[in-house]
Design a protein around this ligand. Structure first.
Ligand code: NAI
Length: 326
């Protein structure tokens, strides 16, 4: 099988090259993301392997299908960037990596939360400059606070376990609630009104775009914190910025951003960025932005490589596809 892998970085190649000897696939690693202009680069391959910011829309799928590609093997859990309907129409199978390390993302969301509420981003810079003053670094305890978990799937449940360790009260909203000890389910409005920390762990779907918007932000407690490690499109960034400017929130931690494609995963330090909303958010003392880094642990990268190549191997052998998205 010939595989063209889009949007790859040296760390992707490292882990795929570790696992590929078990399969012997012919892998072409491209730095370019998959889109209308780059899809043709998959010519001659059987499989394309896109990542989160690749644009696998109707036009791209048509190019891939015309070039004889038979499988889209996502190296991610999320698949909001794939036109599944068109893929089915062009008889292209789509597989993904449903779980690689839910702990990685859940732990990252708490790394961001703790950084924000204990002002670590400021403390780190101060002590590096031998400024040992504590003024302005007052934080707050997580113990006893209410965390509102939106989406109690694999990552949300790991986050709930971590929150239990901190002695937090856990509220959750999920259209498919489960019986989980220590989690109090509520509707979205109740969760927004009662939570001190609101953390998103649900997929981006056509129904929940801008779940956090001007209206929902008005319901949120004053001085609450918002954490988004899910997908940028869940939060209306302009509305979030307004709420922060009006000092209605204590802060926000964003590992994802709705317009992240073309910015995240790349070094823009020489050029700067044109996205004024993102630039303004980054400039705020109570906002932390990481570059879609939640998944970036050794364990997760290894698991992504293993599952992706196993998915492709199942396809090659004509076996049922364990991780097919239909
Ligand atoms: P999962 O499929 O195990 O769980 C998702 C949960 O969200 C399900 O329980 C589902 O019922 C619920 N849900 C669906 N729509 C909802 C809505 N409108 N409101 C509230 N809950 C809703 O998925 P998993 O593995 O927990 O991942 C969640 C998301 O995390 C992924 O879809 C992806 O977007 C994001 N993610 C981010 C990563 C990062 O590096 N920052 C890495 C991996 C995933």
């Amino acid at each position: 099988m010939k595989i063209t892998m889009f949007d790859t970085k040296p760390y992707d190649k490292k882990y795929f090259e570790e696992v590929n000897p078990n399969y012997g696939f012919d892998i072409k690693y491209l730095e370019s993301t998959l889109g209308e202009n780059s899809a043709i680069m998959a010519k001659g391959s059987d499989v394309v392997c896109p990542f989160v910011n690749c644009n696998v829309d109707k036009k791209v799928i048509d190019i891939l299908a015309d070039e004889g590609i038979r499988l889209i093997a996502m190296r991610s859990a999320g698949f909001n960037n794939v036109d599944l309907k068109r893929a089915a129409e062009r008889v292209l199978k789509v597989v993904r990596v449903p779980a690689y390390s839910p702990h990685a993302v859940a732990e990252h969301s708490f790394a961001m939360l703790l950084t924000l509420v204990r002002k670590m981003q400021h403390a780190y810079v101060r002590t590096r400059e031998f400024n040992f003053s504590l003024s302005g670094l007052e934080g707050f305890d997580l113990y006893g606070k209410t965390i509102g978990i939106i989406g109690t799937g694999k990552i949300g449940r790991c986050a709930a376990d971590i929150a239990k360790g901190f002695g937090m009260h856990i509220m959750a909203y999920d259209p498919y609630p489960q019986q989980i000890e220590g989690i109090e389910y509520a509707n979205l409005e109740q969760l927004l009104k009662k939570s001190d920390i609101i953390s998103l762990y649900c997929p981006l779907t056509k129904d929940n775009r801008h779940l956090i918007n001007a209206e929902s932000l008005k319901m949120i407690k004053k001085n609450a914190v918002i954490i988004n490690t899910s997908r940028g499109g869940l939060v209306n960034s302009e509305d979030l910025l307004e709420a922060l400017k009006e000092k209605r929130l204590a802060g926000a931690a964003l590992d994802v951003y709705e317009e992240e494609a073309g910015i995240f995963f790349t070094d823009q330090s020489n050029e700067g960025i044109e996205d004024d909303t993102l630039a303004r958010l980054i400039s705020m003392p109570n906002v932390i932005v990481t570059s879609h880094q939640g998944y970036l642990t050794e364990e997760a990268l290894r698991a992504i490589s293993e599952t992706t190549l196993k998915n492709i191997s199942e396809f090659e052998q004509g076996l049922p596809l364990s991780n097919e998205i239909k």
